[in-house]
Design a protein around this ligand. Structure first.
Ligand code: G3P
Length: 217
């Protein structure tokens, strides 16, 4: 399973890229708005840092506007994936952009039928939002299992990109279910590193070593 970071923050991308664990980045209008500054420049720098797929979202709501914005975003860098919302207009735009040779991420997926319809129009990725489903009292990861099953049966090339990830359990479940990509905030990726027994174990190794060295002199 590939790991993307869900952020508009260049520093976070740089830090994770340096660790060699990062395959791509997803952004959305909320994340880029938080950064301020020139979003095109930020996206360009993120692309140059990660050198992998970077989703950038359109804000138009009609198909023609989405296509126009999508082409404009794609011109920023070859790594840009155009993100469109799951609406009928979004699907029309996805079809046009895909036939132009662009890769499209259809976002705001909350049901298996939405994922299936997006795959039918050639989406490169679908983004089920698991955390937001959990927030309203349903189990978001059930949706991922359904989409993975549907795509396996239909042999769609569309990748399942698990989004709105809130904790490492989402990451583990996504990997076990056979999702293609998980995109997580940097804080959740940080949690994936941590285990108190690793810290305690290392501390004990180092102390024992120091004690042995001191006994020798
Ligand atoms: O990038 C889209 C998605 O990951 C948003 O997550 O936490 O705002 O539901 P969240």
């Amino acid at each position: 399973m590939k790991l993307f970071v869900d952020t508009g923050n260049l520093k976070e991308v740089e830090t994770l890229a340096q660790l060699g664990i990062l395959d791509g980045v997803t952004t959305n209008p909320s994340l880029l708005a938080k950064e301020g500054g020139d979003y095109r420049q930020i996206l360009k720098q993120i692309c140059q840092t990660v050198k992998g797929p970077v989703s950038a979202e359109v804000v138009a709501t009609d198909a023609a506007g989405m296509v126009r914005e999508g082409r404009d975003l794609a011109a920023i860098d070859e790594h840009i994936i155009i993100k469109v919302p799951f609406t009928k207009e979004g699907l029309k735009a996805c079809r046009t952009l895909t036939s132009d040779g662009h890769r499209v991420n259809v976002t705001l997926i909350f049901s298996p039928t939405q994922a299936w319809l997006a795959a039918k129009v050639g989406a490169a990725y679908v983004s089920p939002f698991v955390g937001r489903l959990d927030d309203v009292g349903t189990t978001g990861m059930h949706l991922v299992r359904e989409i993975v099953d549907i795509f396996d049966n239909a042999d769609f090339a569309t990748e399942v990109l698990v989004a709105s990830v809130r904790n490492p359990i989402h990451v583990v479940e996504a990997a076990r279910m056979g999702a293609d990509v998980v995109t997580a905030p940097a804080a959740v990726i940080e949690q994936c590193f941590r285990h108190p027994l690793t810290d305690i174990g290392l501390e004990r190794f180092l102390k024992d070593w120091e004690k042995a060295q001191a006994a020798r002199v």
